[in-house]
Design a protein around this ligand. Structure first.
Ligand code: ADP
Ligand code: MG
Length: 287
């Protein structure tokens, strides 16, 4: 379900017609590109941090769930947020998206350097933050196609562009005639997950937080979802896959893995951390 999206990005199918390869850098010469990647201290950053979370404390229903969470997501990279059930993964996803029940007591959220900690969800969405829900709601009376046409319009896509891109998104996520049905109404678990991801694929946000994109999804659909996620990252989106189960990460290996336990980041590492969790469970954390 779209809680967000971003300003149009000049990569991917939007400009394929101009002969520019998917995921290609802008047509800048190398020295200029390097300059753009210099941070203020003058050092060259390997990748731009798009979403930065600093010392986040979040309460829900008066209870503190997240304590001192720090996180950085980089442009064009896949990241994973893992952790056992109830560790606070969805709480973090909702707090980042601006759900009013998830109250930020301390800390900051920076999107492309801008402080969005206290912005309402729609403004975060317009600035390029997308949340795909763990449990996508059913919205009667709104067809998936119509919903996406309005969302794309809000992001500055013209009707002609939408008419061209929408069928490609539907095909990419194998949604078939679901596009003409009411949003998520009667969709199977796997269909809902593919519909969520289709929205990210079409809107191409700066940051996509995908809450359990593979739960309830069969093995063939996991491959479709994983390859669409990889494509999104190749186009420049900073992706955060939230999952308690490493299966999807075999298909779309994360550059960085964060493990949440009891509301705190207990460990951070590379793809080997996901593999260790796969083999040993969350006992592997802290070793
Ligand atoms: P995860 O996604 O890691 O399984 P959640 O973020 O959904 O974990 O939940 C973390 C904790 O916060 C759980 O104890 C859960 O019961 C609690 N929680 C989440 N949302 C609410 C809410 N709206 N009201 C009360 N407690 C909540
Ligand atoms: Mg959850």
């Amino acid at each position: 379900m779209v809680v967000s999206s971003q300003n149009r990005r000049e990569t991917g199918p939007h400009i394929e017609s101009l002969g520019v390869a998917r995921g290609a850098r802008p047509a800048l010469n190398e020295p200029l590109w390097a300059l753009l990647k210099m941070d203020l201290k003058g050092s060259i950053s390997a990748m731009a941090v798009v979403l930065k979370v600093e010392d986040l404390n979040v309460t829900v229903g008066g209870k503190t769930i997240l304590q001192g969470v720090n996180l950085a997501l980089e442009e064009g990279q896949v990241h994973a947020l893992m952790g056992p059930n109830g560790s606070g993964k969805s709480t973090l996803a909702f707090a980042l998206a601006g759900h009013p029940d998830y109250q930020i007591q301390r800390g900051k959220i920076l999107l492309a350097g801008e402080d969005i900690t206290h912005l309402p969800p729609d403004e975060r969405a317009k600035k390029g933050l997308l949340l795909a829900f763990q449990y996508p709601p059913e919205i009667e009376g709104v067809k998936l196609r119509e919903f996406m046409r309005l969302a794309c319009g809000d992001q500055g896509h013209g009707f002609c562009e939408f008419r061209e891109l929408f069928p490609r998104a539907v095909e990419r996520l194998a949604l078939g005639d679901l596009a003409e049905r009411e949003l998520n109404v009667g969709f199977s678990g796997g269909e809902k997950k593919r519909a969520e991801l289709m929205q990210a694929w079409l809107l191409r946000p700066k940051v996509a937080i995908l809450d359990e994109p593979d739960s309830g999804v069969d093995v063939d659909a996991v491959r479709i979802i994983a390859s669409a996620i990889q494509e999104l990252a190749d186009w420049g989106t900073a992706v955060l896959i939230v999952t308690h189960y490493p299966r999807i990460l075999e298909h779309v290996p994360p550059a960085r893995v964060f493990v949440l336990q009891e509301g705190r980041i207990a460990q951070e590492g590379g793809p080997e951390l996901a593999r260790a969790i796969e083999l040993e469970g969350f006992r592997a954390v802290g070793k």
